[in-house]
Design a protein around this ligand. Structure first.
Ligand SMILES: C[S@@+](CC[C@H](N)C(=O)[O-])C[C@H]1O[C@@H](n2cnc3c(N)ncnc32)[C@H](O)[C@@H]1O
Length: 211
C-alpha cells in the first residue's frame, strides 16, 4: 500500500500528468497535446481517481479528455490506469477549478462534467461547491457556444442548489431530474465512479447550457 507522498511522487512522474509548465497555454490545448482543432475537448472538474474521464476517453477515442483535481494523490490512480490502458487521449491536471479562466481561452472547452462533486452542505461552505456562481461564471466563459455543463450527484440539496444558481446565472436547464422515462440515455450517465462504488444511492442528473 503506497503512502500519500509516494502516490504524489508517482503522479508527478507520469507522462499523463499536467501541472505547472506542462499545462498548455490558453487556446493551445488541442495543438500542444497533438489534437486537431475540431476535436472535442471534454473537461471533468473534480475527477478524483479519474474513473469517469478514463471511461469517456475509451468511449470517445477522437476526443481530448482532461480530468482536473486538486489532489495529486487521487490523480495517481488516474494516471496509473491511463498508463495500463495505454490511452492516447486522456490527461490528468493537478490544479484548482479556480484556475480555469486563466488556463483556457474563451470557448475552448466543448463540454464540462461535474461527477459527484463534494456537496459542502453547510451554508458557510457554499463558495466551495463546484456549482457556486464563482465557478459557473468560469464554466460559462470557457465553454464553446452551446457547450453543455453536466452535473451528476446523489445529493438532492446540491442538485436543487445547482438548478437555482444556474438559472440565476442565465443558463438554460435542458434536462434535470431522476429516474424519469424521458431521461437522456447517454452511456456516460451510467459510468460508475469511485465515489458511487463507495456511497451508491440514486443519481440526479442535470444538463445546462448558456444561450
Ligand atoms: C467526492 S470526490 C468525487 C470524485 C470523482 N468524480 C468520483 O465520482 O469518484 C470530489 C473531488 O473533487 C475535488 N475537488 C473539490 N473541489 C475542487 C476544486 N475547487 N478544484 C479541483 N478539484 C476539486 C476533490 O479533490 C475530490 O477529489
Amino acid at each position: 500500500m503506497l503512502g500519500k507522498l509516494e502516490k504524489k511522487r508517482r503522479y508527478y512522474a507520469s507522462s499523463y500528468a499536467l501541472y505547472g509548465e506542462k499545462v498548455p497555454p490558453p487556446g493551445q490545448w488541442r495543438a500542444q497535446l497533438g489534437f486537431p482543432q475540431e476535436a472535442a475537448l471534454i473537461l471533468e472538474v473534480g475527477c478524483g481517481k479519474g474513473d469517469f474521464s478514463l471511461a469517456v476517453a475509451r468511449l470517445e477515442p477522437q476526443a481530448l479528455v482532461i480530468g482536473l483535481d486538486r489532489k495529486a494523490d487521487r490523480l495517481y490512480a488516474a494516471v496509473r490506469a491511463a498508463e495500463t490502458l495505454g490511452l492516447a487521449n486522456a490527461y490528468f491536471w493537478q490544479g484548482d477549478a479556480l484556475l480555469l479562466e486563466a488556463a483556457f481561452a474563451p470557448g475552448e472547452v466543448s463540454e464540462i462534467w461535474l461527477v459527484h462533486p463534494d456537496p459542502y452542505p453547510k451554508p458557510r461552505q457554499a463558495k466551495h461547491r463546484l456549482t457556486h456562481p464563482r465557478f459557473l461564471r468560469l464554466y460559462h466563459r470557457i465553454l464553446r457556444p452551446g457547450g453543455l455543463l453536466h452535473l451528476r450527484t446523489d445529493h438532492q440539496d446540491l442538485w436543487r442548489y445547482s438548478e437555482e444558481q444556474l438559472a440565476m446565472q442565465g443558463a438554460h436547464i435542458l434536462w434535470s431530474g431522476i429516474g424519469h422515462s424521458d431521461k437522456p440515455t447517454s452511456p456516460w450517465l451510467t459510468i460508475e465512479t469511485d465515489f458511487q462504488r463507495k456511497k451508491g444511492g440514486p443519481t440526479y442528473y442535470l444538463q445546462a447550457t448558456w444561450p
